[in-house]
Structure formats: structure tokens, C-alpha cells
Ligand binder design. Structure first.
Ligand code: HEC
Length: 140
């Protein structure tokens, strides 16, 4: 067999695999479509999170600074009154950053939004045959 044909067959197979996988991902591949987009308050909270540089000490999904705990699921694990208390008053190790009341409302709403995007660390996960990692409580 001429080497040129071999290469074309391989390229063709890669092309077909790409098209099939792309079609899958864009139809039913991701769980993100089940999540409502951020509302204005949550988006304002994301801005507060940036403005006060919460990420310097906190993580989402394990990424961020390591002085404070991961906040991915702080709302479902501890409740929003608990989160609000830390943000409002600070503690011995977390500074009171002096947020205004509406900034606190927004950043707590943002934390609740992030909470809905998944669980960290992953629990009860299963690797699907097509390479996705699904959790038991994933809607997909
Ligand atoms: C200088 C570092 C630092 C910054 C900046 C910071 N935090 Fe913290 N945060 C901490 C530390 C340390 C703790 C743990 C305090 C404790 O347990 O006493 C904490 C705890 C928390 C908790 C409770 C988490 C839990 O699981 O107990 C929440 C919620 C929180 N911070 C939110 C925020 C938000 C929102 C911001 C930004 C507006 C922020 N933090 C900025 C250091 C920081």
C-alpha cells in the first residue's frame, strides 16, 4: 500500500471521530445546559468576589489561594446565614473586609450560584465510556 493512502485513511478516521464527538458534545454532552444563567445579582456578586480579591485566600474547585477554605459548596454544606456571618464580621483569621449590605447579598447569591455548578471534591463519580466524569447527582 502506498504511504499516501495510509495517511489519508488515518486523517479521514480522525475527521470522522472529531465530527461524531463534536456532535455528541453539542447535543447531550454537557450538564451545564441544565443550569440557569447567572442573574444580575449573582453577576454583581462575582464582581464583588473579584473586587475584594476573595480568591487570594479562597478556592473554587480547589483553585485559588490556600489561606481560607474552599467555597465551592459552602452554601449547601453550611447555609447562607453561616457564610453571611463570616463575610459580615470576619474572624481571627479572615479579615472583616467592610462590605456594604448589598455587596454581601450579592456575593452570597454568587456563592449559591457556584454551589449549583457541581460538587467539590467530587463524590460518587463514575467515568463514562466516552470519557466524561459523571456524579450520581448530575442531571445528565
Ligand atoms: C486574607 C484572606 C481572606 C480573604 C481576602 C477572604 N477570606 Fe474568607 N476566610 C478566610 C479564612 C482564613 C477563613 C477561615 C476563618 C475561620 O475559620 O475562622 C475564611 C472563611 C470564610 C468563609 C466560611 C467558610 C467555611 O467553610 O467555614 C466564607 C463564606 C468566606 N470566608 C467568604 C469570603 C468572601 C466572600 C471573601 C471576599 C469578599 C473572603 N472570604 C475574603 C480568609 C480570607
Amino acid at each position: 500500500m502506498a504511504p499516501g493512502i495510509n495517511n489519508r485513511v488515518i486523517l479521514g478516521m480522525l475527521g470522522v471521530a472529531f465530527v461524531v464527538y463534536t456532535a455528541f458534545v453539542y447535543t447531550s454532552g454537557t450538564a451545564a445546559e441544565h443550569l440557569a444563567p447567572m442573574n444580575d445579582n449573582e453577576r454583581a456578586g462575582a464582581q464583588v468576589y473579584q473586587d475584594y480579591n476573595c480568591v487570594a485566600c479562597h478556592q473554587f474547585y480547589g483553585l485559588g489561594g490556600y489561606m481560607g477554605p474552599d467555597l465551592t459548596n459552602v452554601i449547601s454544606k453550611r447555609g447562607d446565614a453561616y457564610a453571611r456571618a463570616f463575610i459580615t464580621a470576619g474572624t481571627a483569621t479572615m479579615p472583616n473586609l467592610g462590605l456594604a449590605e448589598d455587596e454581601i447579598d450579592a456575593v452570597v447569591a454568587y456563592l449559591a450560584f457556584v454551589d449549583k455548578t457541581g460538587t467539590y471534591p467530587a463524590e460518587n463519580y463514575e467515568v463514562q465510556w466516552y470519557g466524561f466524569v459523571a456524579q450520581e447527582d448530575d442531571p445528565q
